[in-house]
Design a protein around this ligand. Sequence first.
Ligand code: ADP
Ligand code: MG
Length: 248
Amino acid sequence: MSTATSPAMISAAGVNKFFGDLHVLKDINLEVPRGQVVVVLGPSGSGKSTLCRAINRLEPIDSGEISIDGEPLPAEGKALAALRADVGMVFQSFNLFAHKTIVDNVMLAPVKVRKIAAAEARKTAMGLLDRVGIADQAAKYPAQLSGGQQQRAAIARALAMRPKVMLFDEPTSALDPEMVQEVLDTMTGLAADGMTMLVVTHEMGFARRAANRVVFMSDGEIVEDATPDEFFTQPKSERAKDFLGKIL
Ligand code: ADP
Ligand code: MG
């Protein structure tokens, strides 16, 4: 285990992104070592979602370089599809296929993209549903599940592709309050299993407990990059103090 010499699992170097005249990512430099959990905080519009989308190239960048496990993300083509499969993503909206059962949702991409045999993919999918605590919901359709169960199904679906990293963009923001914890618990379990995770969230309890680092974004910039303890007790910038004053 020579972590010192292995490349960062996620690396962004000098990343810039514009939407027209709007400079939404400003010289972003971020390294997430293997197994780390980084929580990204920041006000609405600060570029958090764009950063997530840039990391798996759902959004092209204008300059800089993003690498996953030492491999620079190619701009397009088959190589991009392969690397993108290494990056699991979970959004605020679960985006499950409504006309497919939960287990079918989870096994779909492994069968279609990874060309795994259906029987094997189903077995793996059931194992993942068990891991996120909803194996008993496997034969139901998404609309028959609670929001929290649907989001856990979405996490299982992302895991089915055996990603090297998982990106979460406000995974609990659309949930009723009583369902937030079950999703956060699932994520905490994933972190404990050693998954490398970048998590955009407003759940400060999760940031304090589960994050190795907190990255604070404002206006397209990374303004602070600190341990949760440092960030919450001694924020350095006025912008972070202002942000924390509003949410805590
Ligand atoms: P956050 O996730 O932190 O709320 P976003 O990354 O969604 O921020 O947005 C950053 C900025 O980019 C905002 O000003 C937003 O309005 C703008 N933006 C996001 N997506 C687009 C788009 N597709 N076209 C134009 N502007 C966009
Ligand atoms: Mg966002």
